[in-house]
Design a protein around this ligand. Structure first.
Ligand code: SAM
Length: 293
């Protein structure tokens, strides 16, 4: 084996052998300039690189002049490959895990491997870098003090709405990955279930056609319902309470909801739409009902 090395801007640089253990290495989500020097050193210095797709990662390795042997680790081969990787680790070797793009384990394979490696007493090293969810949050201008990454929504409408319903009261910005051909339908369901929240659609982050569109969910659902979209997409939805309706308007909405629903359901519906506190709305609903008697 030649000494480990890699190419950076056409200059060949030496790497040392990677420390024993499993290295979880983030790779770019589009712009190859986002790879870290530590990621390059780790990929060059590891005994093996476990990859989702050898052709995909092969192109990355060729670009950076890295010759470390690859082994497959995707959702189909994972169960069969884990014992092989764990055996390398047990022997004091090093394996770098990458996914096609971004940070492994974030909507990508690797969780069981990390879990079993840790259980077996192997060192698991983080080599952090790009992830589409964090890149989207960094440019969205939505609250980031608390966010919930909710991965991909279910593709079928009923399951998707149930899932959104389950997230409706989470007091945090919600983050989803979505396929372009489902974007319009997902935004329509998000708008219908969550009401008028601020949101963004971040597309092709770090790439040539990067766009970050903001608006209410209804705006975005209308915009993307009629557009044929391509590329990779993150949807972010601001937390409940970002679009606050004043008390008088909430009371009007509540009065209308009470003509159709019992107090608790009316309070829940109006809380969802207005971002106002559900318990306070329930108390108000009870008072309104009392007044109506
Ligand atoms: N592990 C990756 C990460 O850390 O972001 C995510 C892998 S997941 C299989 C792929 C999804 O991530 C895409 O379908 C898209 O929703 C999102 N994604 C990846 N790259 C993106 C980019 N450049 N811009 C917007 N979204 C992206």
């Amino acid at each position: 084996m030649p000494d480990p090395s890699f190419l950076l801007d056409g200059v060949r640089l030496a790497a040392t052998k990677a420390d024993p253990g499993l290295h979880i290495v983030a790779t770019p989500i589009g712009n190859l300039g986002d790879i870290s020097v530590r990621a390059l050193k780790t990929l060059a210095g590891a005994d093996h690189i476990a990859v989702e797709d050898t052709r995909h990662t092969g192109r990355l390795l060729t670009h950076f002049g890295i010759e470390t042997p690859m082994m497959r680790y995707d959702e189909h081969s994972a169960a069969a490959q884990r014992p092989r990787i764990l055996a390398v680790l047990a022997d004091g070797g090093s394996v770098a895990l990458v996914s096609d793009a971004g940070t492994p384990l974030i909507s990508d394979p690797g969780y069981k491997l990390v879990s079993e490696a840790r259980a077996a007493g192997a060192r698991v090293h983080a080599v952090p870098g790009a992830s589409a969810v964090v890149a989207a949050l960094s440019v969205a201008g939505l609250p980031t003090d608390a966010f919930m990454f909710a991965g991909f929504l279910p593709p079928k409408t009923a399951a998707r709405r149930n899932r959104i319903e389950a997230l409706a009261t989470v007091p945090a910005t919600l983050a989803f990955y979505e396929a372009p051909h489902r974007l319009g339908a997902a935004l329509a369901d998000l708008s219908e279930v969550l009401g008028p929240r601020d949101a963004i659609v971040a597309r092709e982050l770090t790439k040539r056609f990067e766009t970050v569109d903001n608006g209410t969910l209804a705006d975005l659902a209308a915009r993307y319902g009629e557009t044929d979209v391509k590329g990779e997409i993150v949807i972010l939805v601001g937390p409940p309470g970002e679009v606050v309706v004043d008390e008088a308007e909430a009371e009007t909405l509540l009065g209308e909801a009470l003509t159709r629903l019992p107090a608790s359901a009316a309070a829940a519906e109006v809380a969802k739409v207005t971002g106002r506190n559900r318990r306070e709305l329930y108390r108000l609903a009870m008072a309104l009902k009392g007044g109506a008697q």
